[in-house]
Design a protein around this ligand. Sequence first.
Ligand code: NAD
Length: 478
Amino acid sequence: MADLEFFGHIVDNEEVESIDGTRFDVWNPWKREVWAQAAEGGEKDADRAITSARKAFDEGPWPRMGRVERAKMIHKLADLMEARADEIATLDSTNMAKPFEQAKHDVARSVWNFRFFADHQRDSVGEVYPMDSGHHSYSEFGPAGVVAAISPWNFPLMMASWKIAPAIAWGNTCIIKPSEDTPASVTYLGGLAAEAGFPPGVLNVLNGYGHPAGSTITGDDRVDRVTFTGSSTTGKAVMASAATHLAPVSLELGGKGANIVFADADMDNAVYWAVEAIFRNAGQICLAGSRLFVQDAIYDEFMKRFVDAAEALTIGDPFDPATKFSSLASKRHFDKVVSYVEGARDLGGTFHTGGIAEDGSWVVKPTIIDGLALDAAPYCEEIFGPVCVVNRFETEEEAVHLANDTRYGLNAMLFTENLSRAHRVASKLRAGTVWVNCFFIRDLRTPFGGVGDSGVGREGGNFSREFFTEPKAVVMQI
Ligand code: NAD
């Protein structure tokens, strides 16, 4: 075991073992071998992390620091991340078989998350309400307290940064519990925060499983906000746990994104984004365009080009620069995706390309299926893998109906060159984000979140400010 990497908890800026010394194995899914161990947080470890974050909030300099100074420290962390981008990307690529170039892209976006929220809180203004009664009122946005953040494994660093950055920028202290599948990059980030000079307790990392590590921090009444990204099922448990002490929750959950291609779309552009939307990160994206709807008139031509583009993706080692697509992130997840692929065959789906790799790897090839019934599990449920289920439609109304006919509502895409149709359909889609003629582009000022089973609340810009602060009204007689 001596040559394995180790990822401890980060508490008070120190990397530490679990109190009882327990560890768990961390896998390299491309090589199908254990490459590291991580500290397995129990209730006592969770308590230690909360105590540290609480003290840092109640007594430490972070919430009391000037906005400019806090922004400077967060930029310093971002500088360090930029300087170590290759190292961090290597951790995510090793830990979940993300192609290295995609991992580097994620690091760049994570850096931007920190820079954006640092500046956003620095430059943010309150509101003043002149009153006819001879008073005036104004609003203030003070930090909320201790934030418990829980993140998934599909974008190990990026999802965590999307929670940590606004939480700490607004003067809160934070405990992040990364997924047990991918502890590496977030633990590394905790070390960088210490190196950047963050006061102890501002950013604690608690490694371990959903239970007891995650559930202990969500259920503790010393925690003031719970922000969670993960599956809809876990989201419900997290919400129930936070409700025991009335902590507000922000939940970013699963998806089954609709991607609608109208006959008047720019075909090259639509094919390019259809491939990105379902095969980037091996389809392990909450925003994946996993339900593709193509208008009748272009169906056959589109399918041919989509299949060709999917088959052109180079599958291989995440560190090979030619690789665009690699294995799934864990054996457990591989088994789940395989069961949907086999289910689709049993249900009579027509496979245009893809299927399970036969070399013993945890690769499911880019898979494109049509001919499934609208109540088939692979069509209705989140597979979270490189499996695209395609249907045809005739009219705009039909496309909107099909797209909205799901319990999820995280995002949707539509491709058309008709400006009026673009606005009309975007407005009718039941989704937190609609991309027109593109995918995955974010402006951090805009709301991000889901409808229905895809989430509760919105984050981004002022939406994050509302969640991570306690807005206060001050009324003054003048
Ligand atoms: P998951 O729900 O299994 O786990 C997510 C996190 O929750 C992990 O850190 C896990 O340890 C923790 N957890 C599990 N049980 C818990 C409990 N009882 N209390 C507290 N924490 C607990 O999800 P996953 O498999 O890691 O991630 C995939 C899911 O995440 C997919 O459904 C995907 O769509 C979703 N996701 C959503 C977004 C979004 O922005 N909406 C982004 C990325 C991923």
